[in-house]
Design a protein around this ligand. Structure first.
Ligand code: AMP
Ligand code: MG
Length: 522
């Protein structure tokens, strides 16, 4: 067979460590270490993303060849692949954590796609690296299914994200204490191959900066620009003015990402700076979740239960705080702080603009007008008071009769009868204000519906849906994963026969592990 072409610019352009493999250690003056993936017992492909195969120019049938499973489990390499682990640091839950690095992700190098774009491939769970500290370098099937499905679901929702090429069972068992409560158990292992133009994170820049390694810091910035910001041209080095525009753009991309997360009801769960992509992509799917009943204070991550730092409603503020950490790290590359402050200010401006645009689209309003703020605020009060389902609510709102709006149209969006009854008058009142506001626009019903259906997904990968597919896959039946792969492709326009995937969270899932509660254990 002919192999795809690799051009491993990350290794070529940035300094690496002399030592290959070896024990956990502090790695200074280097952006990466060469590692050897640890082979697994019995690699079997569970699923591949047809879209990512085609993006990379890989023929679809290639995934049926056992050689594909071997490569994407780390048991074999294609010519040109150079396995390595990246070095980075990060702020975790508000505190500087020092060196972290790829403790279980192993980069394979960058594949050149048919259109000339360069994509890094990375195996998550392929074995230990110098950055594994005390951990095993592996990933369990449940978290790998969640990462694989959600990466692709986000892409189809139009939310910037790293992609997932493949999901492979390893045939090995991995021991995890799911709730860190002294009950370790063996679970099936798996490996996801992730794909992105670069996997550099805010923490990639913070680490050399914390060590006063300005040369490495600068080299990383130049590499990031070449890799993900092609409009600055491919240069060996860039002047400070370009770095200023670049930082501003990082801030703006991050702002747009936050506006999207708020739009679709996604809660990342662990927005540490090592989990923030320099490209403004959603990265590192761990204990993430989707809003069922609208609740700005909700987080799926039990590890964050006490302070709820990464709760849904706080994500835009956290992203800003993370960008401040990035700005601090980049400061040695700038004369003065003005450019960095301007970048941070651009975050606020862009977030407000994108959030307003998404909010008006979600409500089917032609544009933002005076007074809309209050309308949105009282809607949030209704949704919280009634414990109403966010996704179902907005879709239903797109379909109401504007002449005589009926609160009955929202019956299926409630989780609790008592809450429904107490919120009913609020809802009726709000609907009255809403239709009066819609009447001020001169958009046609068709235009309004089209706007709303494009902004409000019908399908989101609710935690209980992913968990059902995981439960089946744990028994050896992968059909649940394949079914979700089909549905998540068209989240704004789901086929009638798939309507059961749109139902609100069933009662049994309210407190079930994996459905409403997740820990960082993965
Ligand atoms: P996360 O919370 O998944 O973003 O991971 C934080 C850090 O812990 C990163 O440096 C990961 O590479 C590392 N890590 C997480 N799980 C493992 C594991 N099973 N083995 C080795 N390193 C891990
Ligand atoms: Mg991470």
């Amino acid at each position: 067979m002919s192999f795809p072409r690799f051009d491993n610019s990350f290794l070529r352009e940035l300094p690496g460590e002399a030592m290959t493999d070896g024990p956990p250690r502090q790695v200074e003056g280097a952006a990466w270490s060469r590692v050897t993936p640890t082979p697994v017992a019995d690699p079997q492909v569970v699923a591949v993303s047809a879209e990512v195969m085609s993006l990379l120019g890989l023929p679809a049938r290639m995934a049926d060849d056992p050689a594909f499973a071997r490569v994407f489990a780390g048991n074999a390499l294609w010519p040109g692949m150079e396995p390595h682990a990246a070095n980075y640091g990060g702020h975790q839950f508000g505190h500087w954590a020092g060196q972290l690095g790829d403790g279980r992700a192993i980069g394979l190098g960058a594949m050149i796609a048919p259109d000339g774009q360069r994509f890094e491939l990375q195996l998550k769970g392929a074995g230990r690296t110098p950055y594994s500290r005390g951990a095993d370098g592996r990933a369990v099937l449940r978290s790998s299914v969640r990462e694989f499905l959600c990466s692709e679901a986000m892409h189809h929702l139009g939310v910037p994200t790293t992609r997932a090429l493949s999901l492979v069972r390893t045939g090995d068992q991995v021991v995890r204490d799911m709730f860190y409560d002294g009950h370790p158990a063996a679970e099936p292992g798996a490996i996801v191959c992730r794909v992105a133009p670069t996997f550099l994170r805010f923490g990639s820049f913070e680490l050399p900066s914390s060590r006063n390694d300005v040369d490495l810091l600068r080299a990383l910035v130049h590499h990031a620009i070449r890799q993900g910001f092609a409009h600055y041209g491919v240069e060996d080095t860039y002047p400070e003015s370009t770095l200023a525009s670049w930082f501003r753009e990082v801030c703006e991309r991050t702002a747009t990402l936050m506006a999207h997360w708020m739009r679709v009801g996604f809660v990342h769960g662990v927005m540490n700076t090592d989990n923030m992509s320099i490209l403004g992509l959603t990265i590192d799917y761990g204990p993430y979740g989707w809003i069922d009943n609208f609740d700005p204070d909700w987080t799926p991550n039990t590890t964050d239960r006490q302070h709820r730092r990464y709760r849904y409603g706080q994500q835009p503020q956290v992203a800003y705080w993370n960008l401040q950490r990035l700005a601090q790290a980049l400061a040695p590359l700038f004369h003065g702080v003005e450019a960095l402050q301007e970048g941070l200010a651009a975050y606020v401006t862009r977030f407000q603009a994108d959030h307003a645009a998404f909010t008006t689209a979600k409500l089917g309003l032609a544009r933002w007008r005076e007074g809309d703020e209050a309308l949105v605020e009282s809607l949030h009060e209704v949704l919280v008071a009634g414990e109403m389902d966010m996704t179902l609510f907005y879709r239903a709102l797109g379909d109401i009769c504007l002449q005589t709006p009926q609160s009955d149209a929202f019956a299926h969006t409630f989780y609790d009868d008592a809450r429904r009854q107490s919120a009913e008058p609020l809802l009726v009142d709000w609907l009255g204000r809403y239709v009066a506001r819609v009447a001020q626009d001169d958009a046609s019903v068709a235009e309004r519906t089209a706007l709303m259906h494009a902004a409000n997904p019908a399908f989101v990968l609710r935690n209980y849906l992913a968990q059902q597919a995981i439960d089946k896959a744990t028994e050896g039946d992968d059909s649940g994963i394949h079914d979700l792969m089909r549905v998540l492709r068209t989240p704004y326009d789901v086929a009638p026969e798939d309507a059961h995937y749109l139902a609100r969270r069933p009662d049994w899932a309210r407190v079930k592990a994996g459905c409403s509660m997740l820990s960082c254990s993965s």
